[in-house]
Design a protein around this ligand. Structure first.
Ligand SMILES: [Zn+2]
Length: 192
């Protein structure tokens, strides 16, 4: 995925777990590094206010890690998203129709996402990995990796173009929206 793709990605809705609007509290000045991290799927977190909150978030991350490993899933973040749009840059749709879970919202889990997330099941681990990559390899590494950190929602047109098994992609979208976790495997292909 090259730099062109990175720019065009910005036209469409962002992937799972990345809200359309930046959540007010966390909008400090955005350096290019922060932008690149966000493009790659990095979640801007508020630093826990107290030691208790810090312990809480660590306990939460450990729980998420255990759950995802025992259930063969990985953490995607945002549960019950308010608005789901087609985030597939390869999809020709332009109507920006909100997608409906269980009816028109599909999920695409690529091999690249599985390869990347098998070693960082939780968002915490994933963000640490992205941050490390940014420091050691520079921003270009993140541009290349843009979009592999999380799966994304897409419309039926996009799902068909990618040759996905529609009922599986529909079920995956539902699972991600309801639980904040996705199965650690690629979306099954439609039967020929
Ligand atoms: Zn579409």
């Amino acid at each position: 995925m090259g730099i062109l793709n990175w720019f065009s990605r910005k036209k469409k809705a962002s992937g799972v777990g990345t809200p359309d609007k930046p959540s007010g509290a966390a909008s400090q000045d955005h350096g290019p590094l922060t932008d690149a991290l966000k493009t790659a799927g990095y979640t801007v977190r508020q630093r826990p206010a107290s030691q208790e909150a810090m312990v809480d978030s660590i306990v939460q991350a450990m729980r998420a890690r255990q759950t995802s490993i025992s259930e063969g899933t990985f953490e995607t973040g945002e549960k019950n998203p308010q608005r789901i749009l087609c985030s597939d840059n390869a999809c020709p749709c332009t109507d920006a129709q909100p997608l409906v879970i269980g009816r028109t919202a599909y999920m695409y889990i690529s091999q690249a996402v599985v390869d990347f997330r098998k070693d960082c099941r939780t968002l915490l681990e994933r963000d640490m990995m992205l941050e490390r990559a940014a420091k050691t390899m520079g921003m270009s590494a993140l541009l290349v990796d843009g979009g592999v950190a999380n799966p994304f929602y897409l419309c039926e047109t996009g799902a068909k173009l990618r040759g996905l098994d529609l009922s599986a992609a529909l079920a995956d979208a539902k699972m991600v929206a309801e639980t904040g976790f996705a199965p650690l495997r690629t979306t099954p292909r439609a039967k020929q």
